[in-house]
Design a protein around this ligand. Structure first.
Ligand SMILES: Cc1cc2nc3c(=O)[nH]c(=O)nc-3n(C[C@H](O)[C@H](O)[C@H](O)COP(=O)(O)OP(=O)(O)OC[C@H]3O[C@@H](n4cnc5c(N)ncnc54)[C@H](O)[C@@H]3O)c2cc1C
Length: 382
């Protein structure tokens, strides 16, 4: 049996660790933070009792039945539908843009077919091959909806003009021609009853797993182990020798309220003149609970500095060039596999993180069984 080190006790580290522990390996998991669950960490506010999503709101949604089965093994999931609102120009609209939004925004009473034809008239059909986010949005929805719901929000979120971002960010038509305001399309959606940290603690609860918190990775640690899975920042592993991979970070301005502050979990602010992107009211993420007090976060996005928490990888041309140099370094490093959102420098939803972690553990076990070298990446970052 092997002795394995996992760096990071988020979903990546926890799921890989659990799978390897169940296969009989001895697993140590370290995390530099004082809690498990990584950025999905939840904790109860000691005054109001509200479950807080400390690093920003997390809604579990997936089409992957196996992943759903996996998470529901470790926690009851309560029904939750993400319904997002947006305050723009003195009115509140429903997102993603749907028939209600269109009718309200344009002061109309269109039926689905009429709305489809109407939006086609709005769309800028002179753009045949959209290259940028802006062109893609103008091509899909036209200028009015683009400026109200995408332009300001995207500028605040990414800190650049939407014309500098690739079209791929807006993959499909962000409009529904019915009154469905469920933000996600996925078959399964819900919230773990006692939060994500309790769920991850359950995953880590295995006799072959030892968790050490408040413990940062040190390269000398690798000597004691047969293999290391690293879910920390890829550039950090190599002491930023090629430069720092660009991220956006978030600042949360917390405030409390007696009662119900905004009546919903997520209220976006599309206008550029409002400095924050959204306000989240955390008790609405647990609609089965009742709390008099309320805790809200105003969310601001900005460039990530060396001491900030990296949230969203930027992945434009410059970053991808740097990333390719780090990938080459990683591929020349023996005994370490880079995993998860930071280890592969990609935005990953939780369900994708868990799917990749399950596949990575399977891949590792196959390598061990067949006496093959373990790759630096089971999922290529580029
Ligand atoms: C604002 C925001 C909102 C999101 N909302 C959703 C959502 O609604 N639904 C959804 O499905 N997904 C959401 N996600 C994605 C979700 O956060 C990720 O899928 C998940 O966190 C990835 O898990 P991970 O284990 O790869 O990384 P992380 O959760 O980041 O865990 C990595 C861990 O490694 C530790 N670590 C790093 N470096 C070191 C080191 N040197 N030594 C020791 N420990 C180290 C860190 O402390 C951290 O705990 C959201 C992400 C963001 C940024």
């Amino acid at each position: 049996m092997s002795y394995i080190l996992l760096v990071g006790a988020g979903f990546s580290g926890a799921v890989i660790g659990r799978e390897l522990a169940e296969a009989g390996h001895d697993v140590d998991i370290i995390d530099q933070r004082l809690h498990v669950a990584g950025n999905c960490h939840t904790e109860r506010d000691e005054y109001s009792g509200v479950m807080l999503h400390v690093y920003g709101p997390h809604i579990f949604h997936t089409d992957d039945a196996q992943v759903w089965e996996y998470v529901t093994r470790f926690s009851v999931f309560k029904p939750y539908i993400n319904r997002v609102k947006s305050t723009v120009g003195g009115a509140v609209y429903s997102l993603p843009i749907n028939l209600h939004t269109i009718n309200q925004f344009f002061g109309k009473t269109l039926r689905p077919d009429e709305a489809k034809a109407f939006i086609e008239q709005q769309a800028d059909t002179s753009i045949s091959d959209p290259q940028t986010f802006e062109e893609q949005a103008l091509r899909f929805v036209g200028r009015d909806l683009y400026e109200a719901f995408f332009k300001g929000y995207t500028k605040k979120q990414w800190g650049c003009e939407p014309s500098e971002l690739p079209a791929s960010i807006l993959k499909r038509l962000p409009v529904r021609f019915n009154y469905n305001d469920n933000y996600f399309f996925h078959r399964f959606q819900g919230m773990p009853e006692h939060g994500y940290t309790a769920l991850v603690e359950k995953i880590l609860d295995h006799e072959n797993i030892t968790v050490k918190l408040n413990t940062a990775f040190d390269p000398s640690m690798t000597e004691q182990y047969d293999h290391v899975f690293y879910s920390g920042p890829l550039d950090g592993y190599f002491s930023f020798s090629e430069g720092r991979l660009g991220y956006r970070t978030l600042d949360f301005e917390r405030f409390t309220y007696q009662g119900d502050y905004q009546g919903c979990a997520v209220m976006n602010y599309g206008q550029e003149s409002v400095p924050f992107t959204r306000i989240t009211e955390h008790k609405h993420f647990s609609p089965w609970e009742e709390h008099e007090g309320s805790v809200c976060y105003r969310e601001y996005s900005r460039a990530c500095g060396p001491d900030d928490i990296p949230y969203y990888p930027i992945r434009l041309v410059k970053e991808k060039e740097m990333l390719s140099r780090y990938v080459a370094l990683a591929e020349n490093t023996e005994g370490v596999t880079f995993v998860g959102r930071l280890g592969t420098y990609r935005y990953l939803d939780m369900d994708v993180t868990i799917r990749e972690a399950l596949d990575t553990a399977r891949g590792f076990l196959d390598c061990v069984e067949n006496n093959q070298p373990v790759p630096a990446f089971f999922v290529k970052p580029l």
